[in-house]
Design a binder for this molecule. Sequence first.
Ligand SMILES: CC1=C(/C=C/C(C)=C/C=C/C(C)=C/C=O)C(C)(C)CCC1
Ligand SMILES: [Fe+2]
Length: 550
Amino acid sequence: MKGQDRSTESAQSPPPSEMAESLLEKLFAKSRQECPEPRKAAVQGHIPTWFQGTLLRNGPGRHAVGDTSYNHWFDGLALLHSFTIKNGEVFYRSKFLRSDTYNSNIEANRIVVSEFGTMAYPDPCKNIFAKAISYLSNIIPEFTDNCLINIMKCGEDYYATTEINFIRKIDPLTLDTLEKVDYTKYVAVNIATSHPHYDKEGNVFNVGTSIADKGKTKYIIFKIPTSQLEKDKTNSCLKRIEVVCTIPSHSRINPSYYHSFGVSENYIIFIEQPFKLDILKMATAYFRGANWGSCLGFHKDEKTWIHVVDKRTKKPVLSKFYTNALVVFHHVNAYEEDGHLIVDVIAYKDSSLYDMFYLANLKKDFDASSNFASTPICQRFVIPLQHDKNAEVGVNLVRLPLVTAKAVKEKEGVVYCIPEVLCEGIELPRINYDYNGKKYSYIYAAGVQWRPVPTEIVKFNIHTGEKLRWTEEHCWPAEPFFVPSPNATEEDEGLVLSTVVTSDPTKAPFLLMLDGKTFTEVARASVEADMHLDLHGIFIPEKVASTANT
Ligand SMILES: CC1=C(/C=C/C(C)=C/C=C/C(C)=C/C=O)C(C)(C)CCC1
Ligand SMILES: [Fe+2]
């Protein structure tokens, strides 16, 4: 049954009968087969002629090697997949990222490289003592290059990314794996997000953490300039990384963990939340047989600092802004309005989301009543950038009409922010990226009624609170991606894409194309392939992507 629902609040239909143990295991833990040659999809509906290019996505696709298995969904070996759309036809392909991690595991026929939730030990044939000694001599161990989270565009180059210092260049058309790049060669970060931002010239901005470097732990906001002279075209953009600003960590051995950050036209927003890495635990993890995930801890009684960096001065603004302890994975958008900075995020009251994705938890009985993690809440913070310096302590400094978020002056230079709730139950938010950093109206996201599995995709109108939904039986949609139509004059003029896996063996997975305005189905391209649940990705319009697939 196809379906689309215009109700304004989360009408919770009963869980599908298949929400049983085996289903979640099958959806998350099943090892997938790659489909390296382009495979033509069966198109239903009519794909608009302007819509040409390649949707490129990344996510974990294999959780077992030989007799060994990973413990966590985020550990799986990166499987890249793409849909190339040309003249109304769609071609699919997928390839495992041939990372060093992938190759070592396959060669040893077991998992030999540690991931987020799995600590692994090298092949006993190799010199384990050499590994242990090299480990001991570094506070920060050598991390995996299994870049499974997202795709980053740097000028003409594309990289598969994860959250640590390695990124892997890929060929966006063949999905072949190219060089391994180590951020630390260009900027001193041991960790960097897989959610960079881009300005209108295509320059990349990202945030990373430099751990215990010369005794200091700090967050580094950096820019990868991508516009290059013709003669420089063969050089990697990464060689020209510039540090925009550094922010000292509140704690040297407990830097914050973060998954994304926000940008408005003039500011960069970095949330230093009390979900933190414990560096001492990380340094001893290998010998304790503990995984990286166990080195993360949520400190519920600590503050969450909202750092605001002015892009023009490359300095943090003078006031300090904070809120209560929370956990944010995804920023939605940020923009400036009448001397205030609006910051929209998906926040949780704790870090239970990461525990939920241990595959052992996904095997448990699961239904609507047994949500394993706290609810994702779309929250809006309003930061008063230009407030009356003479305001009295205890005064709400927010001066915008129709806003319930507060920012209370606590003392000189310190402001306590209380967010307003925009809506609940959405994750993996995307927007029309042309509106990134600007006032906007729509959020496209996965609707998560039973955490963790998205059962629907949603278009949320921030101003009216209206939610449009797409959902279909036995279908598990991924993060939606908005592609604006050429010369669009309205924010929601375009297509919303989602890769959908199915749990009905008679129904092939498909690329779903919805009309951005009405959220009705425009077309779907079903493909007989072993598609996986993916995480994030990008769309490369035809002017960039060549026609190699066809
Ligand atoms: C390996 C490794 C890490 C990996 C984290 C990963 C892989 C996180 C994935 C998060 C996702 C997919 C979130 C989605 O919302 C850390 C903890 C950064 C640091 C230690 C080493
Ligand atoms: Fe993410």
